[in-house]
Write a protein that binds this ligand. Structure first.
Ligand code: ARG
Length: 458
């Protein structure tokens, strides 16, 4: 069959190797619903402005609906010579209704068609990611009350730093995913502009109504410059960036929980249905879901890179290179979606190893900074307090005891400002209770944030 894109100018048929090289149907077939919806809106607009009769529009619409259900049921065979989903749908229409079908592509090009289809697809896919991010936020939030009494070490440089409430950790991830959701909302506004009607590159001489198709397709507005629109893939880059950032957040979390589930940490137990065994070592329960979350994030970041490189040297306007935009974009959406779907049940189903955590909590001098701030509160200049506490910690290390077990006289030898009330701030529990600042791990601050999120995620 001759491709409908080959006009009378061609005297040779397409080399088969080019057909196989140039096809995009193997990946853009997933745009068929958007393509058909776009075509129906386009045909309706054409009939409203007098470029199609009402009967022609009805016939086109009804036939497109039939074609959609055929594709739904895998009944429309895909062929490389028809290149992409746009030509498959158009050809199926022409096969059924002949010349009326040949009118559908009036005032339209595949350049605006593909851009409109992908914008509709991305818009929906972003909403799907947003909903899954919210589910994951809820999973973290669902842990907060039950884990409220558990204190964990906070690390900097992966060295024990200060004590925090476990929910402070969970809220940290809720915040990260909230920023991701805000980025989605922001990017969605630019995705949700309609390209249809810019035609190939310069617009059309025919009296179309772009606002009408845009409204019909649920877009917030129409793009303003046909040259720009024909070439624009910024909305894909932004989406790929948003997804790469989500993947980065998930990867960091996965890395943390992989560490936490080792014998060395023994902080958390991951539900066994998300772990796998070893074919040779019978004792192994491996956190593969988390490892693959970390591993697959590399692909999502690579996809962003691919898209950046794809567009960086393109002169205006549409260039066929742009066909290569879909595989990396689809892959990023699919991968992040799968990661999020697995992350939520792991987060809500994992068990903190409370006793193991508590038994080692007083090691590593998590309360040293609290002691320093206690001294600052008594009037000792920060630099001096910092130095003195360092010396006190050094002595505690030599004796192999926590700060709370040092005798008062020893503390006073270092700093005469210290009195017995200092012990109310030593030890992880006292230390956590001593925090006061907004956004800190102070129990009432954490409670405030949990309540804020409970309201927000209701
Ligand atoms: N298959 C093409 C793509 O996905 C459709 C657009 C082709 N446009 C063109 N002028 N050849 O980008």
């Amino acid at each position: 069959m001759k491709s409908p894109s080959r006009s009378g100018v061609f005297q040779a048929s397409t080399d088969e190797r080019l057909e196989a090289f140039a096809e995009s149907i193997s990946f853009d077939s997933r745009l068929y619903r958007q393509d058909i919806r776009g075509s129906i809106a386009h045909a309706e607009m054409l009939s409203n402005v007098g470029l199609l009769t009402e009967e022609e529009f009805s016939l086109i619409r009804d036939t497109l609906v039939e074609i959609q259900s055929e594709i739904d049921n895998d009944q429309l065979p895909f062929r490389f010579e028809l290149e992409d989903i746009h030509m498959h749908v158009e050809q199926a229409l022409i096969d059924r209704i002949g010349d009326v079908g040949r009118k559908l592509h009036t005032a339209r090009s595949r350049n605006d068609q593909v851009s409109t289809d992908i914008r509709m697809w991305v818009r929906e896919a972003l909403d799907g990611i947003d909903a899954r991010l919210e589910t994951l936020q809820r999973a973290f939030l669902s842990r907060c009350d039950g884990d409220f009494e558990t204190i964990l070490p906070a690390y900097t440089h992966l060295q024990r730093a200060q004590p925090v409430l476990a929910p402070h950790y969970w809220l940290a991830y809720i915040e990260k995913f909230q920023r991701d959701r805000e980025r989605i909302a922001d990017c969605r506004r630019r995705v949700n502009q309609c390209s249809l009607g810019i035609a190939a590159v310069a617009g059309t001489t025919l009296p179309i109504d772009r606002e009408q198709t845009a409204r019909q397709l649920g877009f917030e507005g129409v793009t303003a410059n046909s040259l720009d629109t024909s070439s624009d893939r910024d909305f894909m880059l932004e989406s790929a960036f948003v997804l790469a950032t989500i993947a980065s957040h998930l990867s960091g979390w996965a890395e943390e929980w992989i560490l936490w589930s080792t014998v060395e940490y023994n902080f958390i137990k991951i539900p066994q249905q998300f772990c796998t065994g070893s074919s040779i070592m019978p004792q192994k329960v491996n956190p593969d879901t988390l490892e693959l979350t970390r591993g697959k994030s590399a692909r999502v970041m690579g996809n962003l890179q691919t898209l950046m490189l794809l567009v960086k040297n393109l002169p205006l306007a549409y260039n066929r290179d742009l066909q290569e935009d879909k595989p990396p974009l689809f892959d990023s959406f699919d991968t992040v979606q799968a990661m999020l779907e697995l992350a939520a049940p792991i987060v809500s189903g994992s068990e903190l190893q409370r006793e193991a955590i508590e038994s080692r909590l007083e090691r590593g001098y998590l309360d040293a900074t609290t002691l320093m701030e206690w001294m600052i509160d008594k009037g000792v200049p920060q630099r001096r307090a910092h130095h003195l506490v360092g010396a006190i910690v050094g002595e505690a290390m030599q004796r192999d005891v926590p700060l709370a077990e040092l005798p008062l006289e020893l503390l006073q030898n270092h700093a005469p400002e210290i009195d017995a009330t200092v012990f109310d701030s030593l030890g992880c529990k006292n230390s956590v209770a001593a925090f006061v600042s907004y956004g800190s791990t102070a129990p009432d601050q954490v409670r405030l944030q949990i309540d804020r999120w409970k309201t927000k995620l209701k």
